[in-house]
Design a protein around this ligand. Structure first.
Ligand SMILES: C[S@@+](CC[C@H](N)C(=O)[O-])C[C@H]1O[C@@H](n2cnc3c(N)ncnc32)[C@H](O)[C@@H]1O
Length: 216
């Protein structure tokens, strides 16, 4: 409770990306609403329906989750996030306990991309601003683990920042971002039975969207 009041007392105009506040930790706080709407619009444009099961990788403070959880049928939203306080604050300030009771989203708190822990398969996955911070070893783990939990018509939307060179470190970088070449990511994707293409979609933070699907 004390933690909550401490965060609320800090005025939003003072906050910047990466600060210790549920709207700022995950990106520029002044774009929180915009990045919510973008995620929802994008996934519904690419076919997300209420009966699909969605895996939100690095769901943060439910910037997207607050819209997806309401839209999807109960039990269909699954969030993975190492920072439990973000999910707790997202529920407290944005979603409300009543919606959680009604829609029964599930969460795991881990850095291990351990999607099998949900013991189900997914129709859609989302990684909004995850490959923008992840090492290539983490991207490999993410795709390998997704290959074990993806349904036949699986669609995975992932944003990244395109660069001339690839980030070669072993660590998650945060709040700064890392870059990858499209061809490099495309090659990783194919190693796990997927194919990918760049989407011609706008992003408020100039990321590029990838659509990753099963190779047929
Ligand atoms: C830039 S934020 C994006 C949050 C959310 N996807 C959104 O766009 O609203 C990146 C998130 O990834 C989480 N994260 C860090 N390491 C992770 C890991 N190994 N697996 C999943 N998420 C991770 C961070 O805690 C943070 O919430």
């Amino acid at each position: 409770m004390l933690n909550f009041f401490k965060k609320k007392q800090k005025l939003e105009p003072d906050l910047k990306a990466g600060d210790d506040h549920y709207r700022a930790f995950i990106g520029p706080p002044e774009k929180y609403d915009l990045v919510s709407a973008m995620q929802f619009n994008l996934l519904t444009k690419y076919g997300l329906r209420e009966h699909h099961r969605l895996l939100d990788i690095g769901c943060g403070s439910l910037r997207g989750g607050r819209l997806f959880i309401i839209y999807l049928l109960e039990h269909n939203y699954y969030g993975v996030e190492p920072e439990k306080w973000l999910v707790d604050d997202g529920i407290y300030h944005e979603l409300g306990r009543g919606i959680v009771t009604l829609k029964k989203p599930q969460f795991i708190y881990t850095t291990a991309f351990d999607f099998a822990a949900f013991n189900t398969t997914f129709d859609f996955a989302l990684a909004q601003s995850i490959f923008t911070h992840a090492s290539s070893a983490q991207i490999h783990t993410c795709l390998k683990n997704l290959s074990h939990v993806s349904s036949d018509n699986f669609k995975f939307l992932a944003s990244f920042i395109e660069g001339d060179e690839n980030y070669e470190g072993d660590e998650w970088v945060y709040p700064a971002c890392v870059r990858y070449r499209f061809e490099y990511l495309s090659d990783i994707v194919t190693q796990y039975g997927f194919v990918c293409r760049r989407l011609d979609e706008q992003h408020p933070n100039n990321h590029t969207w990838l659509l990753i699907e099963k190779k047929v």
